[in-house]
Design a protein around this ligand. Structure first.
Ligand code: HEC
Ligand code: HEC
Length: 356
């Protein structure tokens, strides 16, 4: 991070005057050194397994079927892309680009989030428009800009493959059908839980798990930098929606609720493995964690959009070294990734990439 002098100057002039919170969520609690952070109820380790709903309990057969479907380009209209084209195992199940392209070659309007640990979420997509992984799964398959697949056609294509017929039978006692495609994909995604990170080990009492710098970062995160007001709980997301002032092109949550106050609000993202999942924000506009911290530090570029005030915390009063401490803390949230190898898929019956 290269501190730009004008920003530092502004900080010195304005910093002291601005400590009065303009936002409702603030709290200036700073954990004292003797207080182990685990005493803060807002910090919690990631459980080792994600819960599955009673109408779709996870089984090894479902997870294996879901994994095959996840990697299978049959799920797209022209059999050219799979879920793994955008949620790439080698990129922590994100994709490392600002906007990926769907089957039609058209760039999507939002950044691809990781699907790691999504089994712990209560809503899905940047605007929270789906309430379960089962509900979410058929969205990208049907979406014209993503996989552009007709579901009747997909069912036919899966029925034509004997190994899929067997696997649906074993997992659900059914023939290939859209509902069980969604359930199998959900079960597979629920199995993608990352292992304990240095942060989790620290919460469990291992004082050596975090560097001194990351410990200072955690104190700031809990205290003066206010991050924890929104980034809390096992995934470090409260699941709520805020307007940070990242862009004015996408109304976000308001698309779902129709409410004016939800315009430009997006769901607080999980910070688990955040080091690996850039670019950041709903529009992928911030490339690195440095960029994200600089954004928070400078504050929203707008004082208001359509009369709505941004809800981002301002870090006025922090020093640049504090930002580096915060960054070290964010990097302590990386846990071991589940090992997922692309399966051998049944060969496509005929090349469908040419014409449709
Ligand atoms: C062309 C790229 C692309 C493909 C293919 C794709 N996704 Fe996504 N995925 C995205 C983007 C972009 C978003 C965010 C969209 C939004 O929030 O409006 C997303 C969001 C998600 C989410 C929600 C994550 C969260 O943080 O709430 C899940 C789960 C998911 N995708 C699973 C899948 C599955 C399963 C498939 C295959 C059936 C798939 N995706 C195919 C790009 C893709
Ligand atoms: C008022 C709630 C709130 C507070 C406080 C807050 N965040 Fe966020 N954070 C969000 C939301 C909402 C987004 C997504 C915004 C968007 O895409 O438009 C986000 C995005 C991020 C991202 C990008 C993650 C990704 O996958 O794209 C990081 C990293 C992050 N915040 C770290 C922090 C840190 C560090 C702090 C403290 C300095 C902090 N946040 C304070 C709500 C908050």
């Amino acid at each position: 991070m290269r501190p730009a002098t004008p920003i530092l100057g502004t900080l010195l002039l304005v910093g002291f005057a601005c400590s009065a919170g303009k936002h409702a969520y603030g709290g200036d609690k700073v954990a004292s050194k003797s207080d182990h952070p685990a005493r803060d109820a807002r910090l919690s380790p990631l459980p080792r397994t994600a819960p599955s709903p009673s109408d779709n309990p996870s089984t090894p057969e479902k997870i294996e079927l879901g994994k095959r479907l996840f990697f299978d380009p049959r799920l797209s209209g022209k059999n050219t892309i799979s879920c793994a084209s955008c949620h790439m195992p080698e990129r922590a199940f994100a994709d490392g680009t600002t906007w990926n392209k769907g089957e039609a070659g058209i760039a999507l309007a939002r950044n691809t989030p990781t699907i790691l640990n999504t089994g712990f979420y209560e809503s899905y997509f940047w605007d929270g428009r789906a309430n379960s992984l089962e509900e979410q799964a058929l969205g990208p398959i049907r979406s014209e800009v993503e996989m552009n697949q007709d579901l009747d056609e997909l069912e036919g294509e899966l029925e034509a493959v004997p190994s899929y017929v067997d696997r649906f039978q074993a997992a659900f006692g059914s023939t290939p059908n859209r509902r069980d495609v969604a359930r199998a994909l959900a079960a597979f995604q629920r199995s993608l839980v990352t292992g304990p990170s240095p942060y989790d080990r620290y919460l469990a009492g291992d004082q050596t798990a975090l560097s001194e710098q990351a410990k200072r970062g955690l104190e700031l995160f809990q205290g003066r930098a206010r991050c924890i007001e929104c980034h809390n709980g096992p995934t470090l997301s409260d699941g709520k929606y805020y307007r940070l002032g990242i862009s004015e092109d996408d109304v976000g949550r308001a698309q779902v609720t129709g409410k004016k106050e939800d315009r430009y609000r997006f769901r607080t993202p999980s910070l688990r493995n955040v080091e690996l999942t850039g670019p950041y924000m709903h529009d992928g506009s911030l490339k690195t964690l440095d960029d994200v911290l600089s954004f928070y530090y400078r504050g929203s570029p707008y004082t208001s959009i359509e009369g709505l005030t941004p809800e981002s915390p301002d870090l006025l009063g922090l020093r640049f070294s504090d930002l580096l401490d915060l960054e070290a803390f964010l990097k302590s949230l990386t846990g071991e990734l589940p090992e997922v190898m692309a399966p051998d898929l049944p060969p496509l019956a005929r090349p469908r990439t040419v014409a449709r």
